[in-house]
Write a protein of this length. Structure first.
Length: 126
C-alpha cells in the first residue's frame, strides 16, 4: 500500500512497537495475511494512533485494558512493550491491569499479568 495514511501508520507503528517487531510482522505476512497487515497499518495506526487528542501514553494504557478484556495475550505483549516505549511506567501498567482484572474478570487479569510480566522483565533486563 502506498497511501499517506498507510505511510503515517507504519511510521507510528515503528515508533511505538519498534522496528524489530514491525519487521517481523511484515516479513511473516503471507498472501493470505498481508491484507490484514495493511488494514492494521492504515486504519489502526494511520487513522487512530495518529490522532492528537489522546497522547500515545494514554492510547497505550487504554489498549492494554482492551486487550486484557479480550484475553489477547500476544497482542497485549506487543502493546506492553509499546507502552514502555511510550514512557508508561511499570506501575501505570500494573494499575491498568489491576483495574482490568476487576472489571474483566480475574482469569483475564491473571493472563494479562502473566503476559505483561514477561515483557516487563525482559525490558528491565536491558
Amino acid at each position: 500500500m502506498g497511501t499517506d495514511k498507510y505511510k503515517r501508520g507504519m511510521a507510528v507503528r515503528r515508533e511505538v512497537l519498534g522496528d524489530e517487531y514491525v519487521d517481523r510482522a511484515t516479513k511473516n505476512a503471507t498472501a493470505f495475511s498481508k491484507p490484514l497487515q495493511d488494514l492494521v497499518a492504515e486504519n489502526c495506526w494511520g487513522e487512530i494512533w495518529t490522532r492528537e487528542v489522546l497522547s500515545r501514553r494514554t492510547r497505550s494504557l487504554v489498549t492494554i485494558a482492551f486487550l486484557a478484556a479480550l484475553k489477547a495475550p500476544a497482542e497485549l505483549r506487543a502493546h506492553v512493550l509499546g507502552a514502555l516505549r511510550n514512557g508508561c511506567s511499570v506501575e501505570e501498567i500494573q494499575e491498568v491491569l489491576l483495574q482490568s482484572a476487576v472489571y474483566c474478570g480475574i482469569p483475564a487479569g491473571i493472563d494479562a499479568f502473566r503476559a505483561a510480566r514477561e515483557v516487563i522483565e525482559e525490558w528491565q533486563a536491558k
